[in-house]
Design a protein around this ligand. Structure first.
Ligand SMILES: Cc1ncc(COP(=O)(O)O)c(C=O)c1O
Length: 375
């Protein structure tokens, strides 16, 4: 049976060039990058080269990149860092209802410590209205955190407008770009960003590495205290192995040309589904402002988890979870106002660099078979 992988938003395979870049660091280059002797030289140089590659992807300075253990840590740092550093200025944070749990959970945690958090609503396509931000922001607002693109439906937020509004009110602007790097342009200066999170395993690097861009001059309280690694911003001996992987992945992610092919395949899947199921399939997410690799659809009157359970060998994600005897929609679909009977049939297909036309056609065939039987 042909295996079909359409879950790149969950995780990507390690790119062969990334694996090749890592190999010497699994054997000969074992030194601690902070040591002063010969064994550190290669590790230190590689760490800094990797920082430069990540900086080149984001269009920032090398010293503005802080390596983390992944997207969740970068997001935690981006929220908790300003909260603890800017207590004198205010305690108000603005985010949205469609953020990843790696933003929503630290937000709840900070509320327990006295933060006042506003969660902006979204429209039916998953987009926020910058006017809602304008109404919510005040002189007590220290941070606005709005994701660049949503992991479930792929909707891209009006980041430039939101960053401008944040800055007009003296607030920092953070974006969770875990899903957007390597898929759409992510220049921190074009977008007007102060803090930006990336996650290695979403861009063909391994799990366990990510980074936070911290604009020069922005002061954050460290999340992990210890020795002075990462310019005193993140303690813990750096992994040259993982940094090299992220660096190579960032270098590859600068070339967005493969996304034209991915978009065409994504659209082929959508057109095939429409041809096959007509009104029985609906698009979730923004029709235009959407990641080129993401297709979230609802199979009307069906249950996404059941479809995927029957579609042997096909990896994709549902937008709902079964809890005991009831089906619970994801907070993202709920925030978008998707009716439960539609949301329960939601499936996210996310494509990547290695997706082939053959795989898309096989996916369409398998879905057609599964849904015909289910009917
Ligand atoms: C939008 C978004 N932010 C953050 C994360 C968390 O990243 P990590 O798995 O590297 O902690 C994810 C992962 O699913 C994500 O999709």
């Amino acid at each position: 049976m042909q295996l079909i992988y359409l879950d790149y938003n969950a995780s990507t395979p390690i790119d062969p060039a990334v694996a090749a870049a890592m190999r010497p660091f699994l054997s000969e280059h074992y030194g601690n990058p902070s040591s002063g002797h010969w064994a550190a030289t290669m590790a230190k140089a590689a760490l800094e080269a990797a920082r430069g590659q990540a900086a080149a992807l984001l269009g920032c300075h090398r010293d503005e990149i802080v390596f983390t253990s992944g997207g969740s840590e970068a997001n935690n740092f981006a929220l908790k860092g300003p909260f603890f550093a800017l207590r004198d200025k205010g305690n108000h944070i603005i985010t949205t209802r469609v953020e990843h749990p790696a933003i929503l959970e630290p937000s709840c945690f900070l509320e327990r410590l006295g933060a006042n958090v506003t969660y902006l609503p979204v429209d039916g396509t998953g987009r926020i209205d910058p006017d809602d931000l304008r109404k919510a922001i005040s002189s007590r607002t220290i941070l606005v955190s709005i994701m660049h693109a949503n992991n479930e439906v792929g909707t891209i937020q009006p980041i430039e407008d939101c960053a401008r509004i944040a800055h007009e009110h003296g607030a920092l602007f953070h974006t969770d770009a875990a899903q957007s790097v390597g898929k759409i342009a992510t220049s921190v200066n074009d977008l007007g960003i102060d803090l930006l999170s990336i996650a290695g395993h979403k861009v063909y690097a391994p799990k366990g590495i990510g980074a936070l861009f911290v604009r020069r001059g922005v002061v954050l309280e460290a999340l992990i205290h210890g020795a002075g690694h990462e310019g005193g911003r993140r303690a813990g001996t750096e992994s040259a192995l993982l940094a090299v992987a992220l660096g190579k992945a960032c270098e590859l992610a600068r070339d967005l040309t493969s996304m034209d092919r991915v978009r065409a395949l994504r659209d082929r899947l959508w057109q095939g589904l429409q041809r096959q199921f007509g009104d029985g399939v609906l698009l979730n997410g923004h029709p235009v402002h959407r990641l080129p690799n993401t297709l979230n659809v609802s199979f009307v009157g069906r249950v996404g988890a059941e479809i995927l359970a029957r579609a042997d060998g096909m990896a994709a994600s549902t937008g709902s979870a079964c809890h005991a005897d009831r089906i619970e929609l994801s907070p993202v679909l709920r925030a978008m106002g998707i009716a439960p009977e539609l949301g329960m049939g939601a499936i996210r297909f996310s494509l990547g660099r290695s997706t082939t036309r053959d795989e898309i056609d096989a996916a369409l065939e398998r879905l057609t078979d599964v849904l015909a039987v289910a009917r």
